[in-house]
Ligand binder design. Structure first.
Ligand SMILES: C[S@@+](CC[C@H](N)C(=O)[O-])C[C@H]1O[C@@H](n2cnc3c(N)ncnc32)[C@H](O)[C@@H]1O
Length: 210
């Protein structure tokens, strides 16, 4: 653990507010995604059962926070591992047509649902790959992102063959234990999201590099 370097940061209120502007700017497409996600969620349990519309909207805003981070701004190719119903990758693809997003999930049915949602949204900048992230093949370097899907050490191990430049993880506040089994020294910037609203209490975003 001691060999990792961890710096902690806070996130400004303006950063959260800007995601609200993005939601307004892409209102129609975000709304269509929200409707389709609710529809699929009642059939496949993509987020969690009976989740209200407003909570899904919060997850979309949470996903869009990443668009304010340099790691995302500087990336052309982004892989979202364990995307479930498309979070955070799908809202980021809607709002960033200049970037290419690859959405990955272990479960084929979930990937088929995302494919249908992407078709309805007429998204041209999305690739969908089903199967475990450990079997992904990718030569070009990319930003790896993931929201509440993997223990850090598991994801690092499963993607050791891949040319990721950085990893961005949506996490809870305590993640240190998940670093214990990692022998490669990591540089970790932890952005603490607590303090803006109840939804973000105890949440953080980690930007990890080797
Ligand atoms: C808790 S859900 C999170 C989904 C989404 N990221 C979100 O925030 O709503 C975790 C997802 O990771 C997927 N998953 C688990 N192991 C995986 C693996 N080895 N490779 C790819 N996806 C995986 C699961 O199928 C599930 O959809």
């Amino acid at each position: 653990m001691e060999h990792h370097h961890i710096s902690t940061h806070t996130v400004s209120g303006e950063t959260f507010d800007r995601t609200e502007d993005i939601v307004d700017q892409y209102h129609d497409k975000i709304n269509l995604y929200l409707e389709r996600l609710l529809w699929w969620n009642s059939r496949l349990n993509l987020v969690s059962r009976n989740v209200p519309r407003e909570t899904i909207l919060q997850h979309i805003r949470h996903s869009l926070l990443l668009s304010q981070f340099d790691a995302f701004i500087n990336a052309e190719l982004i892989v979202d591992a364990g995307t479930g119903g498309g979070l955070p990758g799908l809202p980021l693809a809607i709002t960033h047509p200049d970037k290419h997003l690859v959405l990955n999930d272990l479960v084929t049915k979930k990937c088929l649902a995302i494919k249908q949602m992407a078709q309805k949204l007429q998204l041209k900048n999305i690739g969908i790959i089903d199967g475990s992230i450990e079997h992904l093949e990718q030569d070009q370097s990319f930003l790896l992102i993931s929201k509440h899907a993997f223990k850090i050490s598991d994801l690092i191990q499963m993607t050791s063959h891949l040319p990721w430049q950085k990893i961005v993880l949506y996490k809870g506040a305590s993640f240190e234990q998940e670093l214990e089994d990692i022998s490669t020294p990591l540089n970790i910037n932890c952005y603490n999201l607590s303090g803006y609203s109840e939804f973000y209490e105890g949440k953080s975003i980690l930007v990890i590099s080797r």
